[in-house]
Ligand binder design. Structure first.
Ligand SMILES: *Cc1c(COP(=O)(O)O)cnc(C)c1O
Length: 365
């Protein structure tokens, strides 16, 4: 049916996700329990007990359609984040909110400014709407906000900034980000992706800019520190006007009831989030130290993962995988010499470091 598809479909790059554990186990004939996945920046600590309980309770009502407005979740987000429910759009992961931004705002030929390497979904969504990605190289693995500002033209519709960035783990300072946002012209929507904000001690706060009436949208997810990646739930917040536009282009039941219940409960478990943040920091230090001791360079990270220079990333990934450790090769991000390693539990990090030594000798060029 190829000839019936729109031209852009064939041109569309394919996203390479981290490999699921079961898949690798079957492929390599390994024991499921012997495999650890450090490939997708998932939380090794799982969902909070309260979120689990809320999710299993919601399953009992599995025959009913979910609340299409995600009323309770939005109220809880509003309460915990000092927002109004009308400012919030809940999505099937924050990835869906990125796509909804495309639906609502991107016309063919519009320009979208983004860093490179940065989260690949910005580019995929831009291409999907026949808009033009304007990719601005990172400097020292960090977004170069001056260079990005310089690439804004009359055709620019959106600018994406993730901080901390995936896959580099670097963050820009709050002052830099606020000044950058304030400098953008009013025909540009600034999309600030806060997927890893909860790993920072004091994340930048863009709510004052939204209150000032600027075209600023922020994205958050329950896939990372809240440990709910499987349930697919995240949200964006901005002006109430923005949210009502986005709500018109989404599916009526875009997020499921189990995810809504789990996310609502997760927001209440402040102590659990705090403990995940602390354990992540300890694990990150453990990994960075071990990597350095083994002679590997890694980029100082503020997230729940490390960008590691290994020589030949693809070979390193395959060697590690044979030992039951899944990391993420980054050729798709234009970083063939690197892999991305998510922070695991202390035991998982130790296992990674043990397997590392053997792989180094095989994949160093
Ligand atoms: C993981 C991640 C997300 C979250 O995506 P979900 O769809 O909410 O799972 C968003 N942005 C960045 C930069 C990420 O790394």
């Amino acid at each position: 049916m190829k000839h019936l598809a729109k031209k852009l479909v064939e041109r569309q790059p394919v996203y390479e996700p981290g490999r699921p554990i079961d898949d690798v186990a079957r492929d390599l004939g390994l024991d499921l329990k012997s495999i650890i996945k450090l490939a997708s920046n998932e939380s090794p600590f799982g969902p909070s007990p309260r979120a689990r309980e809320a999710a299993s309770h919601a399953l009992g009502q599995g025959h009913l359609y979910p609340d299409g407005n995600a009323t309770y979740l939005k109220e809880k987000i509003a309460e915990t984040r000092a927002l109004r429910p009308e400012q919030i759009v809940v999505g099937n992961g924050s990835n869906e909110v990125i796509e909804l931004l495309g639906h609502a705002f991107l016309r063919p030929g519009d320009e979208v400014v983004m860093g490179t390497p940065a989260f690949i979904v910005y580019k995929l969504v831009t291409l999907l709407f026949e808009a033009v990605p304007v990719e601005v190289p990172l400097v020292d693995y960090r977004h170069d906000l001056d260079a990005m500002a310089a690439r804004v033209t009359d055709k620019t519709r959106m600018v994406f900034l993730p901080s901390p960035n995936n896959p580099t783990g670097t963050a820009n300072t709050a002052d830099e980000i606020l000044a950058f946002a304030r400098g953008l012209p009013p025909h540009v929507i600034f999309v600030f992706d806060e997927a890893y904000a909860e790993y920072l001690d004091s994340p930048p706060d863009l709510r004052p800019l939204i209150e000032e009436g600027r075209n600023v949208v922020c994205l958050r997810t329950f896939s990372k520190i809240y440990g709910l990646a499987a349930l697919r739930i995240g949200y964006g917040y901005g002006s109430a006007e923005w949210a009502s536009l986005l709500n018109r282009v989404r599916q009526p039941f875009n997020t499921n009831a189990v995810a809504q219940a789990a996310a609502t409960a997760a927001l209440d478990d402040v102590e659990f989030v705090r403990s995940c943040r602390r354990r992540n920091r300890e694990g990150r230090e453990q990994l960075a130290r071990g990597l350095a001791a083994a002679g590997f360079e890694s980029v100082p990270s503020e997230g729940n993962f490390l960008l590691v220079k290994v020589g030949q990333g693809r070979a390193f990934f395959e060697n590690m995988q044979r030992e039951g450790v899944i990391v993420r090769p980054l050729d798709g991000y234009g970083l063939p010499e690197f892999v991305r390693v998510s922070i695991g539990t202390a035991a998982e990090n130790e296992r990674f470091l043990r397997v590392l030594e053997g792989c180094r000798t095989q994949s160093r060029s």
